[in-house]
Design a protein around this ligand. Structure first.
Ligand SMILES: [Zn+2]
Ligand SMILES: [Zn+2]
Length: 346
């Protein structure tokens, strides 16, 4: 009996154990389920947060990109505005250097390229330091144009910043108006009495000695002659009007020291190389002899590309103004320059 009882007790215990195991199992299952739900909610929440955050970030980035794209273009536009200024400035500096040293350029275009590329490098570094924008640029060509007073400078510009890039060839018109003409100085540097002021060359005896050395007979007619120093374009175009108004137009032209387009005269960059004539479409001016009371004389034709050349040909006296018994004259070849400037009747 006891044994049975005990057995019963055992059985009861087991039943009880079974119940408690089931209960634990049930509780565990419920717990796991809750954790799973909670985790899912948490993951969902995290995913949602990530999506929201990403949207916000990309939205902000878009705004940022619009701003920096505008800025980028603005900064590059500003950079490009500097290029013609640098090129103008460089041509002037080179011409001043030729005048100062009385030494011609060996190759004015390559000298200009060297100086301009150096200045662009400095400018590029400045833009990198100030705006963190990398710019590469260099002068790729200098072209003569149909206007002999103006050149076309072409500059290659390349830049990249992040997603943005810029590549273009910038064309600038660079002219030589108001720059100094080095030709008389380069031809006469070994003659002592050449001088110049702000606007003109005064030859003293330098030009007559030079003409004597080049076999010109009436070389002394160019003693104390003068000619312009600074390049200014003659407004009396067509040029045959120089003979209008009893020579007053020609007088005004010579008083102002104007230059004229000419196939035979050198362009400005060739003048910097010490040439008075070149293969490009160029320009010419006149050497004004000293006023005289004599008439009917003949000397070297006074166009600068004739005077400063290996082939000096003669010109006849052309009186365009007379005051107090003194004539203002030019020596011009009868069939060339006299005709071109409308002075055939003088
Ligand atoms: Zn003129
Ligand atoms: Zn030339």
């Amino acid at each position: 009996m006891k044994k049975n009882n005990k057995n019963n007790e055992d059985t009861n215990d087991k039943k009880f154990e079974n119940n408690s195991v089931r209960k634990n199992f049930y509780e565990d299952e419920m717990g796991n389920f809750s954790i799973m739900i909670a985790s899912l909610i948490l993951i969902g929440f995290l995913l949602l947060s990530i999506i929201l955050l990403n949207t916000a970030i990309s939205h902000e980035k878009e705004n940022e990109e619009i701003i920096s794209s505008d800025n980028y273009q603005y900064i590059l536009d500003d950079y490009i505005r500097n290029i013609p200024l640098i090129e103008d400035e460089t041509l002037e500096e080179l011409s001043e250097e030729v005048i100062k040293n009385k030494r011609p350029c060996l190759d004015s275009k390559s000298d200009l390229k060297e100086i301009i590329d150096e200045k662009l490098m400095v400018k590029n570094q400045e833009y990198y330091d100030n705006y963190n924008i990398q710019i590469n640029s260099s002068l790729i060509s200098i072209e003569n144009t149909s206007n002999p007073f103006s050149y076309k400078f072409k500059t290659y510009v390349y830049s990249v910043k992040g997603d943005y890039s810029f590549e273009r060839i910038i064309s600038s018109d660079v002219d030589c108006i108001n720059l100094k003409d080095p030709v008389p100085l380069l031809y006469l540097k070994s003659y002592s009495s050449l001088s110049y002021n702000d606007s003109s060359y005064n030859y003293g005896t330098s030009l007559s000695e030079f003409l004597r050395d080049n076999g010109v007979e009436n070389y002394s007619f160019y003693t104390n002659a003068n000619s312009p120093l600074v390049i200014r374009k003659c407004p009396y175009d067509p040029y045959k009007h120089h003979g209008d108004d009893n020579g007053k137009i020609m007088k005004n032209c010579r008083d102002n020291g104007y230059y004229h387009e000419s196939r035979d005269g050198a362009c400005y960059l060739c003048r910097l190389e010490g040439k008075s004539g070149c293969e490009h479409y160029g320009f010419e001016t006149f050497i004004n002899p000293q006023k005289t009371n004599e008439t009917g004389r003949v000397s070297a034709c006074g166009s600068d590309h004739v005077i400063f050349s290996d082939d000096i040909y003669p010109g006849v006296e052309v009186i365009y103004n007379s005051e107090n018994g003194l004539n203002e004259i030019l020596y011009l070849d009868p069939h060339g320059h006299k005709v071109k400037y409308g002075m055939s009747d003088y």
